[in-house]
Design a binder for this molecule. Structure first.
Ligand SMILES: Nc1ncnc2c1ncn2[C@@H]1O[C@H](COP(=O)(O)OP(=O)(O)O)[C@@H](O)[C@H]1O
Ligand SMILES: [Mg+2]
Length: 402
């Protein structure tokens, strides 16, 4: 029988926006507050908000933050009797101006022909529609650097798009279109300066998002697990393992996307085994899929045989009890493993040096926080059973040599 761990598959979808944003709550609040304040007090919406990420980092919640802010903003304004809608436009792959206008028109459910119409005609239809319906529109232009870098949209057109009402004054004097621009990183600002310098000074609010720490990822994964996994099918420990693997503060990529995918893969593996809960080994396999050549056999072959015996001891203890292993236990396990292979265990100082080297090589982790001090863990992206098998072969080879 197959286990039933994933209760809501949709929660693991890449485009899923959680009902509350626990991490980045302050950022969301600030975007919402600034725009709603403006609309309520002035009756106008012309704001340009820009969100950009840390250089070289993806999956850090830029798109999610923009969508979440737009959804909540429209909910909050609705309570005050103000209607705001949003249009999400993904500018990846360099769309033309017509593509962008089509997306906006489509999101509004407007029935006007875009192709064949001029920019001014289409924009006027949109502006008139908003005026008649007394609605506001927030356009999210995601992957904005795609527009800036392409030559499919001229700087003039881009300017006209972002500053609609300079070209088409509103019939009732109320400006109703604002933008959230979402870009990969700060370089987008340089492109804006170069291409549409008039717009730079009109950006009302700019937000720089850093990659996630392991603490952030823990919170995000915990929420996803609560929303999409059966109660009791996962432990605090396995969520922490994934969060630790990807946290930027731990040398990971800080990507929520990767962390959530790993949780999903681990859950799927557990289900495939027919189990009702996710094991540590499920997580190790899930993380291994995302690591390049997770067991470097050539590197292992080059290591001293006693270092390999220490690693073997950690792997054995991991398969028996899992989690963080007290060093004293690794030591006794090492002595046992040594005698099993007909070897005399090395002295304590040497043993500790092996541990340090193995941790420098990324094979082990040394516990540094309270409760983990003096403990060791096999690196989370290494499946224990695969490692034991590989080590068995290498050790038999090596010990046969003498
Ligand atoms: N703060 C957060 N809270 C909950 N889920 C998040 C958060 N940030 C990112 N995610 C999730 O991580 C994945 C990647 O986020 P996304 O916004 O697409 O990243 P980016 O646009 O920076 O590449 C999405 O599935 C998203 O739901
Ligand atoms: Mg994105």
């Amino acid at each position: 029988m197959h286990g039933s761990i994933i209760t809501d598959m949709q929660v693991f979808n890449d485009n899923y926006v959680p009902p509350t944003l626990i991490v980045r709550a302050d950022e969301a609040r600030e975007i919402i507050w600034r725009i709603s304040n403006k609309v309520i007090k002035s009756g106008n919406l012309t704001d340009i908000t820009m969100i950009y990420g840390q250089i070289g980092r993806v999956g850090i919640g830029k798109t999610t933050l923009a969508k979440y802010a737009a959804i909540k903003l429209s909910e909050e304004l609705k309570e005050k009797g103000i209607r705001l809608r949003y249009a999400f436009v993904n500018a990846y792959g360099a769309p033309t101006l017509i593509d962008i206008l089509s997306s906006i028109v489509g999101a509004l459910g407007l029935r006007v022909p875009v192709r064949g119409a001029s920019f001014v005609e289409t924009m006027k239809s949109i502006a008139d529609y908003l005026m008649v319906k007394d609605e506001y529109l927030l356009v999210i232009l995601d992957e904005f650097q795609g527009i800036l870098l392409s030559n499919k949209i001229s700087p003039d057109d881009l300017y006209r798009l972002l500053r609609v009402y300079e070209e088409i004054p509103a019939g009732d004097g109320i400006n109703r279109i604002g933008y959230i621009l979402v870009a990969n990183d700060v370089r987008a600002l340089a492109y804006i300066r170069e291409k549409i310098p008039q717009v730079e000074s009109q950006i009302d609010f700019m937000l720089h998002l850093r990659a996630y720490s392991s603490y952030d990822l823990y919170k995000i994964l915990e929420q996803r697990a609560e929303l999409g996994l059966a109660p009791g099918s996962y432990s605090h420990y396995i969520i922490e393992m994934i969060a630790d693997r990807y946290g930027e503060d731990r040398g990971g990529e800080g990507s929520a996307r990767k962390a959530i995918k790993a949780l999903q893969r681990a859950a799927e593996r557990a289900e495939m085994r027919g189990d009702n809960s996710i094991s540590e080994e499920d997580v190790r396999y899930a993380l291994a899929q995302d690591s390049y050549a997770y067991i470097d056999i050539r590197m292992l072959k080059a290591l001293d045989k006693h270092m390999l015996l220490v690693l073997y001891a950690v792997a054995r203890a991991t398969s028996e009890r899992g989690g963080w292993i007290p060093t004293s236990l690794v030591r006794s396990e090492y002595e046992e493993v040594s005698s099993l292979f007909g070897e005399k265990p090395r002295k304590h100082t040497q043993f500790y040096e092996y541990i340090s080297t193995l941790s420098r090589l990324g094979l082990l982790e040394k516990g540094v926080e309270k409760g983990k001090m003096g403990s060791i863990r096999l690196s989370p992206e290494i499946p224990t059973d695969v490692l034991l098998e590989v080590l068995d072969h290498i050790l038999i080879d090596k010990l046969g040599e003498n």
